[in-house]
Design a binder for this molecule. Structure first.
Ligand SMILES: *[C@@H]1O[C@H](CO)[C@@H](O)[C@H](O)[C@H]1NC(C)=O
Ligand SMILES: *[C@@H]1O[C@H](CO)[C@@H](O)[C@H](O)[C@H]1NC(C)=O
Ligand SMILES: *[C@@H]1O[C@H](CO)[C@@H](O)[C@H](O)[C@H]1NC(C)=O
Ligand SMILES: *[C@@H]1O[C@H](CO)[C@@H](O)[C@H](O)[C@H]1NC(C)=O
Ligand SMILES: *[C@@H]1O[C@H](CO)[C@@H](O)[C@H](O)[C@H]1NC(C)=O
Ligand SMILES: *[C@@H]1O[C@H](CO)[C@@H](O)[C@H](O)[C@H]1NC(C)=O
Ligand SMILES: *[C@@H]1O[C@H](CO)[C@@H](O)[C@H](O)[C@H]1NC(C)=O
Ligand SMILES: *[C@@H]1O[C@H](CO)[C@@H](O)[C@H](O)[C@H]1NC(C)=O
Length: 836
């Protein structure tokens, strides 16, 4: 029977169904071999009656016997062909353990048994299935996104180690869905359902307390089109999140109630959370606590004046110390009570008032402080004047404005004679407290006294006229009865008469009011031998009405200056004069004068006249030229003049004399540079020209030179032409081409057109020569000027010429008989000297 099931093509089918053995792999091939342990893998659900392997019996074995977990499916033919008769099912038995033995003709085991293992490979023949058709769950508003609140669970009988058994979950539908926003997500592996970020932020039980989700599960890892799937329904209830920051708390400061006092509370959504407080402000003493019911307490009295509000955070953690949610902010405002009395601005406040101050005038503003909350009755202050000492001339001299604290003069002007000082007590009160503060009022003197000189005449003071500048010559003293060290008693001294030149200065000693009279400009016997000096003493502060400075505020002295012999004086330190450079010798070029303060006669002389151009009249001080002057040598001539007194101590003094020389046209024009090496190539094939420039040594800063140019010789008119280009440049041109090969000297007449005009003749040398590469090819011996390559060639030619002459002479001697008519001129034009 079985052998009828063996079509030869079945071997090919086996290719697809059986994967290679590992242990029984012999030389005989893949599908047949001797008896040995083998393992085969076969997909479940395949067509039955398939060949697995052909075992070969070795003598004496003739047949095989198969035992073990055959389940009636695995068979073996007598000739060793292993096959199965029913489709396998991995979910029934994943591995079949068989034993195969070889038997002899008597039926006795001669080989084996060996294990034959059949592994049933999975195919996706089972659908995933949810364990429940309906799930229910709930989630708190604002739950952390991604934290699962519910799991769905499906199973699949296929091999979980293959894709066939790998499940993937998905939310197929969320009802309701607004604007396509998914509030829920599912972990495709674990089936854990959690909120999305949007869900965490937007879900609100007040708006919509329940959602329905359709969850699908697919096998094949959800990847294949051929995967099986199942769905389930999930109802989700959204519950209110009670983990919320409480309202701001108000705590009254300085509470006398027993502490701790409960002020607010927080609560986690589920029981069992661990609460704690975060002191984010890092207070050294943190006056709050929380218990495990979430009640928050203040543990000690607060002080608003120290800190008027507190911010801290409450946290909830699970039993493992993991944060359950973000911390909540707790805000505590400290409410003021009037627990601070007003305080005085300082131990003693001092005001000053002038004697003549009018009634009602403000003396000052008294401001006390209160630490309690500003702009409440706890800190608004009222002032009252409670006492004045002494009560002279009467009580109630001062007033204070009730809320402003401004202190005013209440009754009459004060007098220092009555008392120089008052002590006031000011009562400052807030809602509950009163504080007494002290104010001192000083009565200040006014400027009603004038300075009075101790001496009205300081007598005669004799000084030599060369008394040093800065010397103190006199000390004067006035006194002032006003209050010391104020602007009413300080004294300023002024010289009001006898010092128009400002020779004197008076400085005041701030301690003693003494005046020190100093010289700040030199005295002069010659101008003012005797002077009456008058001082005035003044206060910097103006005097009060009805008081004026009188004669007692003035003092005088007589300053007598004695003569000292002094050197002559020039009125100027530098004398300046100007003269034309062509001034004739003996022309007066300037004069100086000096005066001797003592009136002695003065003698003049010169010093530093290094060119000997000048002389001076020793009596009159007139200065004359002593030689021809030249601006081009020295445009500003500097000498010194010396004045010496005749008699006395023959003192002398010096001054500078600067003589500026003005230009005259005393230089003829000339060529601006040396024009050497001018040449034209010979022979000329057209007219040629060159440009030259003229200049002049006279001063040219005021005008541009305007030279005129002309040929210097009438006879050259036919050969050359000079044409002006502008004031300084002209062109020299040839008029024809028939020039000899030599040097031409062309005289040029230059005129500067000045006043008087100056004229000069200059000469331009122009060479006509044979050219080579645009330079002159010049035979030797022609010029004593520039040595050139042409010159060297010339020397060479001359040498040849001399040899030629010698040869010629020899030749002539040899041809004596033939006659002398044939002799050549030995001197060629090239060798002829050209200089004329
Ligand atoms: C799903 O169900 C299976 C079978 O009951 C169980 O072994 C597995 O632990 C469950 N998985 C989850 C995530 O509950
Ligand atoms: C499952 O989720 C992971 C990330 O969570 C993703 O990378 C993977 O592609 C998902 N698989 C399927 C089949 O959607
Ligand atoms: C509390 O108030 C009392 C008077 O009511 C006061 O004496 C005390 O200084 C206050 N304490 C603080 C801290 O302000
Ligand atoms: C001061 O000098 C004047 C003349 O300049 C003279 O009349 C007078 O007597 C002198 N006074 C005294 C005190 O020497
Ligand atoms: C100037 O006035 C004072 C008082 O102000 C008085 O003592 C003094 O005699 C007066 N002097 C003269 C010169 O009138
Ligand atoms: C030169 O002398 C004249 C009179 O001769 C006079 O007016 C002039 O001031 C003198 N100049 C100087 C610098 O002394
Ligand atoms: C003259 O000779 C120069 C070279 O020496 C040449 O460049 C020029 O063309 C010539 N001019 C005329 C008019 O032949
Ligand atoms: C005069 O002419 C020459 C040559 O053309 C030129 O170089 C120069 O600048 C000119 N001078 C003035 C003042 O124009």
């Amino acid at each position: 029977m079985a052998s009828a099931l063996l079509p030869s093509l079945c071997v090919l089918t086996l290719f697809w169904l059986v994967e290679g053995t590992t242990s029984g792999y012999g030389k005989e091939g893949k599908f047949s071999g001797p008896l040995k342990p083998m393992t085969f893998s076969i997909f479940e659900g395949q067509e039955p009656s398939q060949i697995i392997f052909q075992f070969k019996a070795n003598s004496p074995a003739v047949t095989f016997e198969l035992t073990g977990e055959t389940d009636g499916i695995f068979m073996i033919e007598r000739d060793g062909l292993l096959y199965y008769t029913k489709a396998l099912d991995r979910e029934t038995r994943a591995v079949h353990h068989l034993q195969l033995a070889a038997l002899n003709s008597q039926g006795a085991v001669v080989e084996g048994p060996v294990p034959i293992i059949i592994e049933v490979k999975d195919i996706n023949d089972n659908r995933p299935m949810f364990l429940q058709t309906k799930y229910e769950g709930s989630v708190r508003q604002n739950s952390r996104p991604g934290k699962p609140f519910l799991y769905v669970n499906a199973t699949d009988l296929d091999d979980p180690n293959t894709l066939n058994g790998q499940l993937s979950y998905q939310i197929a539908l969320q009802l309701p869905t607004i604007n396509n926003v998914m509030y829920f997500q599912i972990d495709n592996k674990t089936g854990g359902i959690s909120l999305t970020r949007e869900g965490s932020q937007e879900l609100d039980p007040a708006k919509n307390p329940s959602y329905n989700l359709v969850i699908s599960v697919k096998d094949m890892g959800g990847q294949s089109e051929n995967s099986f799937s199942d769905t389930t329904s999930v109802d989700v209830t959204v519950r209110e999140n009670i983990w919320k920051a409480p309202e701001p708390v108000e705590v009254t400061e300085n509470s006398t109630d027993p502490h701790p006092i409960k002020i607010t509370q927080v609560q986690w959504n589920d029981p069992g959370a661990q609460y704690s407080l975060l002191n984010k402000e890092k207070l050294p003493q943190f006056p709050f606590s929380i218990d495990q019911e979430g009640n928050i307490y203040v543990t000690q009295p607060l002080d608003r004046e120290e800190k008027d509000s507190h911010v801290f955070y409450a946290t909830a953690k699970d039993e493992n110390g993991n944060s359950l949610a973000r911390p909540l902010e707790i805000y505590v405002k400290v409410i003021d009570i009037n627990d601070n009395p007003p305080t005085c601005p300082s131990e003693m406040t001092v005001f000053e008032v002038q004697e003549n101050e009018r009634v009602g005038n403000s003396i000052g503003v008294f401001t006390a402080h209160d630490m309690d909350e500003p702009n409440t009755y706890n800190s608004i202050l009222k002032y009252r004047l409670s006492e004045q000492t002494p009560r002279v001339p009467s009580d109630g001299l001062f007033l204070i404005q009730e809320y402003e604290g401004r202190v005013q003069l209440g009754k009459q002007s004060l007098k220092k004679q009555d008392t120089p000082q008052y002590s006031l007590t000011i009562e400052v009160s807030d809602k509950d407290f009163k504080t007494l503060c002290s104010v001192q009022v000083n009565v200040i003197d006014i400027n009603d006294q004038i300075p009075i000189f101790e001496v009205s005449d300081y007598g005669n003071l004799t000084l030599p006229e060369d008394t040093a500048i800065g010397s103190t010559i006199l000390v004067i003293q006035a006194t002032d009865a006003d209050e010391p060290f104020t602007g009413s008693s300080k004294i300023l001294y002024k010289v009001v008469q006898g010092d128009a030149d400002g020779r004197l200065e008076v400085t005041t000693d701030p301690q003693t009011n003494a005046g020190y009279v100093k010289i700040i400009k030199s005295l002069d016997f010659e101008t003012e031998p005797v002077t009456s000096i008058v001082f005035q003493a003044e206060n910097p502060e103006p005097l009060v009405d009805n008081v004026v400075y009188n004669a007692s505020s003035f003092a005088s002295f007589k300053l007598i200056v004695t003569d000292v012999n002094e050197e002559p004086e020039f009125p100027l330190r530098i004398f300046q004069a100007k003269v034309s450079e062509d001034a004739a010798v003996g022309t007066k070029v300037g004069n100086v004068t000096a005066r001797d303060p003592e009136g002695l006669a003065v003698r003049y002389s010169l010093s530093g006249d290094k060119r000997g151009w000048l002389k001076i009249d020793s009596v009159t001080g007139e200065i004359f030229s002593a030689a021809p002057l030249d601006r081009e040598t020295e445009s500003l001539y500097r000498v010194q003049v010396v004045a010496t007194e005749i008699g006395g101590s023959s003192l002398s003094s010096r001054a500078d004399f600067h003589l500026a020389l003005t230009d005259v046209n005393d230089n003829p024009p000339r060529l601006a540079k040396e024009y050497t090496g001018l040449f034209f190539c010979h022979p000329l094939n057209g007219t040629r020209s060159l440009i030259f420039e003229a200049t002049d040594d006279d001063q040219q800063s005021y005008w541009r030179p305007q030279f005129t140019f002309a040929l210097g010789s009438e006879s050259l008119r036919n050969d050359w032409e000079v044409s002006k280009i502008n004031g300084t440049h002209a062109r020299l041109s040839t008029k024809h081409t028939r020039f000899e090969e030599r040097v031409y000297e062309i005289p040029i007449l230059l005129n500067d057109g000045g006043r008087p005009p100056m004229e000069g003749i200059v000469s331009l040398s122009v060479t006509f020569c044979q050219c080579e590469e645009k330079s002159c090819f010049r035979p030797a011996g022609r010029f004593d000027g520039m040595p050139t390559v042409g010159m060297a060639v010339g020397i060479l030619l001359t040498t040849f010429l001399v040899i030629g002459i010698i040869l010629a002479v020899v030749f002539i001697r040899m041809k004596k008989d033939t006659g002398k008519d044939n002799v050549e001129n030995p001197q060629s034009p090239e060798a002829r000297p050209l200089r004329s």
